[in-house]
Design a protein around this ligand. Sequence first.
Ligand code: C2E
Ligand code: CA
Ligand code: CA
Ligand code: CA
Length: 275
Amino acid sequence: AKEGGRGGYRFFSPEMNQKLRERRALEADLRVALAQGGFRLAYQPQVNLDTGAVIGAEALLRWERPGIGNMPPDRFISVAEETGLIGPIGTWALQEACREACTWPGQLTIAVNVSPVQFRQSGLYEAVVAALESSGLPPERLELEITEGVLLNDTEETLATLHRLRELGVKIAMDDFGTGYSSLGYLQKFPFDKVKIDRSFVRHLGGDRSAEAIVRAVVGMSHALGVHTIAEGVETLLQADMLRQKGCEEVQGFMFGKPMNASDFVALLGSEEVP
Ligand code: C2E
Ligand code: CA
Ligand code: CA
Ligand code: CA
């Protein structure tokens, strides 16, 4: 092979060589997808537990990789992060999600995931402003989902960016809450509008007393700090009932709708009575 001409490659075992080749191919395919419009977004409904009304959706990246098929984000986000491609991919997702949400009625919100790497790259604030301006979406209808990874980089700059985004009117949700190390302290220190209870706790509701205790504690603590909660990965009526009983306000999960394309989401809105 041509690449064999480079020195150094011999130091890798054949398996490592194979992994590197796959990674490089993935990176190349990601670049093509970015340049040629190969990504799309799926929208998963978020529902008010009291009224049953759809209050918005989370935008989730989808990629049909040529010659391979559907690639779940878990399988390419890390490479996108390592190569810096997550920046432009995330900007595309912001633009696309805001443009789409603009066509939805009323006060429906759109939640967009922001990777810690994307957050740290300069220009996130500017990308958000640009997406809002070019779409005309009111800032209040955009929510950014950030994980603890963003806050691990516990700098003045992180805090300042979060404050600037909130001053715009954009909402901030703490994603995958409870899976990290020091989530509790972060809740107090950083400005959030919403806490997203991770699926790993929701999944064990009904079977595992400690999952129940954790959910009750997270909801209670969030309320004490003036923040409301949404649970992700809700699959059963039992889970939904237990969440409601513990004071969780909103839910998202297969029970209420799988991630779907934009037109199916709009059709779903049309089929329900919005109070
Ligand atoms: P996440 O932010 O925790 O998103 C929720 C994931 O759970 C989604 O997987 C969703 O399809 C899945 N899910 C939703 N409801 C249920 C349920 O009831 N049961 C089960 N078993 N799963 C459910 P998906 O779409 O494969 O995304 C995986 C992860 O990839 C996301 O986890 C998020 O961390 C990341 N991701 C997705 N889109 C983006 C994006 O635009 N930007 C960034 N930075 N990350 C993204
Ligand atoms: Ca999320
Ligand atoms: Ca999540
Ligand atoms: Ca999660």
